[in-house]
Write a protein that binds this ligand. Structure first.
Ligand code: SDX
Length: 392
């Protein structure tokens, strides 16, 4: 007989590991990657530099960053047999499903990634995934548009390359606007890691069975897809559009969110850890105004979002439950201003979270953690004998 079992739905009060990667303080609204405040990294760093920091633990020297960047560039080309997988998807295939399939195909393509845990092999698996994921994400979009795919151009930086692969068309060129690539850089940094959230825990659980990095990240992509997690950014923009179409009466929707029978939640609000403002939401809200002004975009849902936030933050139901805007509340408004379609919003989240998934999978392997296998409280039938079908 084992000792006692603590029942903890959703692991609300369970620490699943010790980690040195990301620090959150939900009460104070603090987020740091390897000790560096997210506010400073979002302002001063680049996505690949943050990826290096999360994965290897320190900010790289210029030489280390150049080497990391160039190694990634040497792996951007994707084998044609992987591109052909795309031909099997209908145009209405959701980009998240295409993305998780293409990432998982790397396990089949590079079987050594399944068993070889040497530092050289793990580092190679990491740069391959960082190099190819933007291409897979852009190809998922092209597949949904019925457009020919673009290949990466190594003369472009990481974010510009993704935008080129997303928006270049044979019939007309596409010039990357630095305002757009800078905005994307900031958004990807803000999504890069977030300790043991649902999708990261999924990457760790799958990886704990010694599954490859690629299979583990593919599983994380599927966990992120859910509307309560990364799928919320798409739900938020659809909700804001619905409120706009309904005449913009934000108080009415706040009331609806309070009515348990409505089955309606204010998407982009609330968080398991943050019982104060999500620091990322603060930064993204600020960036919204700047970026939309720079792009000359006037999206009426931005004001609706601000009014909705104001109404909710002054409502006892939300105040009591400490429900504040989270990372997903404003991000969709920027993605839309950058020309990214709604059904690609969660793909953008996955692109940002990739370094975090990689860092956490790597840390778990280095810490040689046991296979994840929680217990349960059994509440089913007691002992009984089999009854022949003629007697049932
Ligand atoms: C992300 O974990 C992470 O770090 C995730 C993430 C990351 O970077 O990886 O930060 C990214 O997933 C952000 C969250 C995106 N999801 C949404 O915006 C969906 C809407 N939010 C909720 O569904 C909810 O707030 C969660 C899922 C985010 C958190 O859920 P919890 O911690 O399990 O809380 P709960 O569902 O038990 O809610 C507690 C109470 C309940 O009311 P009571 O039963 O106490 O009366 O708050 C209510 C809930 O009904 N509530 C909401 C609400 N969120 C919670 N009521 C209305 N609208 C909401 N959005």
């Amino acid at each position: 007989k084992s000792g006692y079992i603590t029942l903890d739905y959703g692991f609300k009060n369970t620490g699943s590991t010790k980690s040195a990667i990301t620090f959150l303080d939900g009460e104070e609204g603090i987020l740091r990657y390897r000790g560096y405040p997210i506010e400073q990294l979002a302002e001063k760093s680049s996505f690949l530099e943050v990826a290096y920091l999360l994965i290897y633990g320190e900010l790289p020297s210029q030489a280390e960053l150049d080497q990391f960047t160039n190694t990634i560039k040497s792996h951007t080309l994707v084998h044609e047999d992987i591109r052909k997988i795309l031909d099997g998807f209908p145009a209405n295939a959701h980009p998240m499903g295409v993305l998780s399939s293409l990432v998982c195909s790397l396990t089949a393509f590079y079987p050594e990634s399944i068993t070889d845990r040497s530092k050289e092999q793990v580092d190679l698996n990491i740069v391959r995934l960082l190099a190819k994921m933007p291409t897979f994400a852009a190809w998922a979009f092209k597949n949904s548009m019925g457009h020919p795919v673009n290949y990466p151009k190594n003369k472009l930086d990481y974010c510009s390359n993704f935008l080129h692969m997303m928006f270049s068309l044979p019939v007309e060129g596409y010039e990357v606007d630095p305002v757009v690539s800078d905005a994307l850089n900031k958004l990807l940094i803000l999504h890069a890691d977030h300790e043991q959230n649902c999708s990261t825990s999924t990457v760790r659980v799958v990886g704990s069975s010694k599954a490859s990095l690629y299979s583990s990240v593919s599983a994380g992509i599927n966990a992120l897809w859910g509307p309560l997690h990364g799928g919320a950014n798409q739900e938020v923009i659809e909700q804001l559009d619905a409120i706009k179409a309904d005449g913009g009466n934000t108080q009415k929707w706040v009331e609806k969110a309070k009515d348990k029978n409505s089955g309606f939640r204010l998407m982009g609000f609330g968080h398991r850890v943050y019982k104060n403002f999500d620091p990322r939401a603060k930064i993204i809200k600020g960036a919204c105004d700047q970026i939309l002004n720079k792009l000359g975009v006037n999206d009426p849902v931005l004001n609706i979002a601000k009014e909705l936030e104001e109404a909710a933050l002054n409502d006892p139901y939300f105040i009591e439950r400490k429900l504040y805007p989270n990372v997903d509340f404003y991000s969709g408004i920027i993605y839309r201003a950058l020309g990214i379609p709604t059904d690609m919003f969660t793909v953008m989240f996955a692109l940002g979270r990739l370094p975090g998934w990689i860092a956490q999978w790597k840390e778990m392997n280095e810490q040689k953690e046991p296979i994840s296998r929680p217990r349960q409280i059994y509440v089913g039938a007691t002992l009984r004998d089999y009854v022949d079908v003629t007697k049932r």
